[in-house]
Write a protein that binds this ligand. Structure first.
Ligand code: BEZ
Length: 247
């Protein structure tokens, strides 16, 4: 389990998440009686929608805190590393929203999903794609470089192009029905400093000096690009949304 993956905490930080996954749930089209794995279920907010549609849902997440919250919703939720799924041919579908970008060994994830599915099962999801938080990531990289730290942050986030991800899915044995990039600028009412402290938390241990001063510099660098004249921040989110089937 990577640090980045275990650090994921959407449930506790829902104020940073504008999309509640409705379009990708529609793409999944869960059916009553289906057994569905929610990969990176967080606090289970979306798993509940799948359950409400009549599916039998199992949620997995790398964060024990998130799984505890999901269990409070009555979900079958288990702490599990998305790179090492422990299921064998038992799901009609695997679903994932806003989680796969934390799993930086995508081929291991795809192989585990393929193992988890029944023949004919589908894998449907959405996550950060190429260009996701590009300004934020570049500002972090630039400020780390100023401090003498060379980092591309590929050890923390996986943001593939649609072509790259579709290729990985095909190499993993899937027939790709749809895989596209969707830009989604997203308001950040809590402000950019809070966003970075929370959602870029795995980056901060790389900072050699005072983290507060580092954050001040990153935020100042980002303001011209991501803050409007009224002081509102917008994060430059870009999604990959895909659906594919195991023959
Ligand atoms: C995202 O949802 O796109 C995201 C979340 C945390 C860090 C980076 C990106």
């Amino acid at each position: 389990m990577t640090d980045a993956w275990s650090a994921r905490a959407y449930g506790a930080n829902a104020r940073f998440v504008s999309d509640l996954g409705a379009p990708v749930v529609d793409l999944l089209a869960p059916m009553p009686g289906e057994r569905i794995l929610d990969l990176g279920c967080g606090d289970g907010a979306l798993s509940v929608h799948l359950r409400d549609a009549g599916a039998e849902v199992v949620g997995v997440d790398g964060s024990a805190d998130m799984i505890a919250a999901a269990r409070e919703l009555g979900l079958d939720a288990r702490v599990m590393d998305g790179h090492a799924l422990e299921f064998d041919g038992e799901f009609d579908a695997v679903f994932s929203n806003a989680a796969l970008h934390w799993m930086v060994r995508p081929d291991a994830v795809i192989a585990g999903v393929a193992r988890a599915l029944k023949p004919g099962g589908r894998f449907v999801g959405e996550f950060g794609g190429h260009g996701n938080v590009a300004a934020i990531r570049t500002a972090l990289i630039a400020c780390l470089a100023e401090d003498g730290v060379a980092a591309d942050l590929k050890d923390i986030w996986f943001f593939p192009s649609a072509d790259e991800y579709a290729g990985r899915l095909r190499a993993g044995g899937f027939e790709v029905e749809r895989c596209e990039i969707i830009p989604r600028p997203t308001p950040v009412p809590a402000g950019m400093r809070a966003w970075i402290e929370t959602l870029a938390a795995p980056v901060l241990p790389k900072v050699p000096g005072d983290v507060g001063a580092f954050l001040d510099r990153v935020v100042a660098l980002l303001a011209p690009a991501l803050q409007d004249a009224a002081g509102n921040w917008t994060a430059d989110y870009v999604r990959v949304r895909f659906s594919c089937v195991l023959p």
